[in-house]
Write a new protein. Structure first.
Lengths: 212, 230
């Protein structure tokens, strides 16, 4: 598996939303307009990268040596919540333009399972065979995993590409929904059901990449 | 707690505000785990446990938790119970732990639990909150187990892991099938719900009309309140 194949896997065939079912709530909730979907996607990507960069060393250098692995859920969610809070404050102070564009999405990101999900995925690699998803096999491939030895760089890289995959999916769905809204949909299917069916066709299209 | 209030909470949790089909919350485990009915039951039990106990604790602390930092407080309480569930499963039911995978820790950010903490437990008495947690959890469990049964029978030809027949539609096992099943389930549930609701409203309207016809004198406040109840 080469680098390109890895990127295609993270963006398409192993897409966080359409294949791993993480971050479905914002995927359905914030996808009415392309602009807001893009804002949400960028906010999620940014927080994902920072989360990966921070939780990985916390787990490896703090929790494992102290034998506190059982606290990982508690620690991670606190770290993510405070990271989002800090990011919000920094943006407000130094870049009011960016804050007004993506600030409203930041509090929503805290309770987004994609963020905690990516932290758990990275950690499951550290745990080796105990890991639930065999992270290395499906994202980075065995060869690349040997190169990186699942280092810090790989953890951050995974944050970037999963975040971009999320952004891609949510922006595409928003584009489709803007078209679907103009159609005359049968009454019981209006709202969530027709969005689910749209997502179903998107998932089928993304699934094709898995066979490449 | 009065019986009427109990009935209200039970009906709200399981039907009128069913977290999966009416509110469409907690969609991630719903889509991901419904390939097997047995893991749906496990997930439902875990969520119900966390929901009941986090509701109780949050309801007990509702006058102490400051308003500004309530969300982090709720999350910490929820995360504690999720950690307990995870330790229990790792020790006693490792198979279930494997099949739930990363969706077990992700109960922390399940919007059903945070949503009930925010909208119900944070301003209701303890007993009411516990009941609300129980019935919301039941509503969730029944909903995802139904979806799990449909997807397992169609996708694998199995029911609760027992082989039924050789006929399989692989589509229902992959992610596109999950979205399709969920979408159709919501549509069918809404269709039935609206039909029943219309019928009940029709009946109530008939009853009030009949009362109004029967009472020749000016309706007193008592009959007015009676017809409202009917």
């Amino acid at each position: 598996m080469d680098i390109l194949g890895i990127i295609v896997a993270a963006l398409f065939s192993q897409n966080f939303v359409l294949s791993k079912f993480l971050g479905i709530c914002p995927f359905l909730g914030v996808s009415k307009k392309v602009n807001s979907a893009l804002g949400m996607g960028i906010a999620v990507t940014a927080v994902m990268v920072i989360t990966c960069a921070v939780t990985y060393p916390i787990y490896v250098f703090l929790l494992v040596p102290l034998g506190l692995e059982y606290l990982e859920i508690l620690i991670f969610i606190l770290v993510i919540a405070s990271l989002v809070q800090i990011l919000e404050m920094v943006l407000k102070k130094f870049s009011p333009g960016l804050y007004s564009a993506m600030g409203i999405y930041l509090p929503l990101v805290t309770t987004n399972c994609a963020i905690l999900g990516v932290a758990e995925l990275v950690i499951s690699q550290v745990n080796g065979d105990k890991g639930m998803f065999h992270f290395a096999d499906f994202v980075f491939g065995k060869v690349v995993n040997e190169w990186f030895d699942f280092s810090y760089g790989a953890a951050v890289l995974s944050g970037i590409f999963y975040g971009l995959g999320f952004t891609l999916a949510i922006v595409l769905l928003a584009g489709l929904r803007q078209k679907v809204d103009k159609l005359n949909v049968a009454k019981p299917l209006r709202g969530f059901p027709i969005t689910m069916l749209t997502a179903c066709f998107m998932a089928m299209a993304f699934y094709v990449f898995a066979s490449i | 707690m009065k019986l009427n209030r109990f009935k209200e909470i039970a009906l709200d949790g399981t039907v009128r505000q069913n977290p999966t089909f009416r509110l469409v919350l907690g969609t991630c485990p719903t889509l991901a785990l419904t390939t097997a009915a047995i893991s749906c039951l496990g997930m439902g039990a875990a969520v119900t446990f966390v929901l009941v106990f986090s509701n109780i604790i949050i309801s007990l602390l509702r006058n102490i938790i400051p308003d500004k930092v309530r969300i982090p407080c709720f999350i910490v309480i929820i995360a504690t119970f999720v950690t307990l569930v995870r330790m229990f499963l790792v020790a006693f039911l490792p198979d279930l732990n494997d099949s739930l995978g990363m969706f077990l820790p992700l109960i922390v950010v399940n919007c059903i639990i945070l949503g009930r903490a925010e909208s119900f437990a944070s301003h209701n008495p303890v007993l009411d909150s516990a009941c609300d947690g129980l019935f919301m959890g039941l509503g969730f469990t029944v909903a995802i187990t139904l979806m799990g049964i449909v997807r397992e029978v169609l996708g694998k030809g199995q029911l609760f892991g027992v082989e039924l027949w050789d006929f399989k539609i692989g589509f229902f096992e992959n992610s596109a099938g999950a979205f399709l099943t969920f979408g159709l389930f919501i549509a069918i549930f809404n269709l039935c719900y609206n039909a029943v609701e219309r019928k009940l409203r029709h009946k109530a309207a008939h009853k009030t009309a009949a009362i109004a016809e029967n009472t020749t004198e000016i309706p007193t406040t008592e009959t007015a309140s009676q017809s409202k109840e009917a």
